[in-house]
Design a protein. Structure first.
Length: 332
């Protein structure tokens, strides 16, 4: 007689292999045994018997955990998400029932920070303009603007999130002069991160590069809007690997089209956007398709975090990455 699953991973097979090394996949099965049942990977919740399920491991695209879904899982105690934002599936009913929720967003911080660094260096050295000029049949043109090193460059970091802190560490090691904007920190805390704490307007006026790493909150919608972009010096660049929520995309397009600013962007108002979108043709822009967190190493870190959390849960210990309903407000 087969042992019914107590832990299920609702993760497509190919994506499961990206997240979980053979060793970590084995840890999921071992934890399920300690919890009194078996482990199963499924493509959809409906692909497994759910009466005995105590843990659901989720990835992108899972259906919301509404009352009807939860009725089919009367023993559910933990939802462990392989990504960061749980907003697409976490419901009031999930928290009302006392189900613990954890996520692996910490595993993404280094990957996204490295892309932010790559974007920063590219904008400082005018890589988008120089590359696009060659691609379009030309050669070097002084009109692309001054090229700069990161050494001693004033760089504004908007938000000391996990990714913001990882980015701060990278640019500080390379000799930048970080200007940190974060209302939750005092000067001593910013100094401990190797940054000068400044107001947003001051940072925008002084920075050669502005890198956005703030949370998604009602008050941060278009935190970098038309007025804020206008405060940035001519020739400065904006880096956004966080959320499009934070930047007025139309205002940014206007500034780049005018040739005043450059930009490197991984997140957009519409994803994917159409072939005629203006960002595709502007010369001072570097674009990636919301893949800053998509490294092999980062994905495996995310899976390792989930496996660690499941080990803690099976042992009755506190979860290191638990989140509650209050965190939903800061998730896109």
């Amino acid at each position: 007689m087969s042992v019914r699953p107590v832990v299920i991973a609702v993760v497509p097979e190919a994506l499961f292999a990206e997240f979980f090394s053979p060793a970590d996949a084995g840890r999921l099965a071992a934890a399920a045994e300690r919890l009194g049942g078996s482990f199963a990977r499924v493509d959809r919740l409906t692909d497994a018997p759910l009466d005995d399920v105590r843990v659901v491991i989720t990835s992108w695209g899972i259906e919301p955990f509404d009352a009807a879904v939860l009725e089919r899982m009367p023993r559910l105690e933990l939802v462990a998400h392989t990504g960061a934002s749980i907003k697409a599936f976490a419901t009031a009913e999930l928290f009302d029932r006392g189900v613990a929720v954890t996520q692996a967003g910490a595993g993404m911080a280094r990957s996204v920070a490295e892309v932010s660094l790559a974007f920063t260096l590219a904008l400082l050295h005018r890589v988008p303009e120089l590359h696009n000029g060659l691609r379009d049949g030309g050669w070097y043109a002084p009109a692309v603007g001054a090229q700069h090193e990161i050494l001693d460059a004033p760089i504004a970091v908007i938000g000391a999130s996990r990714t913001g802190r990882a980015y701060l560490e990278l640019i500080r090691v390379l000799g930048a002069r970080p200007l940190l904007v974060d209302p939750t920190l005092d000067r001593a805390a910013a100094s401990a991160l190797g940054a000068e704490l400044v107001a947003l307007d001051d940072a925008l006026a002084r920075a050669r590069i502005v890198a956005v790493h703030a949370p998604t909150l009602p008050e941060t919608h278009h935190l970098i809007g038309r007025r804020e972009l206008a405060r940035m010096p001519d020739g400065a660049g904006l880096v956004n690997t966080a959320r499009s929520w934070l930047v007025d995309e139309r205002a940014l397009i206007d500034e780049v089209r005018a040739g005043r600013l450059s930009a490197a962007v991984d997140v957009f108002d519409e994803e994917p956007f159409g072939a005629e979108h203006p960002l595709r043709s502007l010369p001072g822009v570097l674009l990636t398709p919301h893949r800053a967190a998509g490294t092999t190493e980062g994905r495996l870190r995310q899976g390792r975090i989930v496996a660690d959390e499941l080990d803690e849960f099976a042992a009755g210990r506190p979860l290191a990455h638990a989140i509650d309903r209050a965190h939903l407000a800061s998730m896109a």
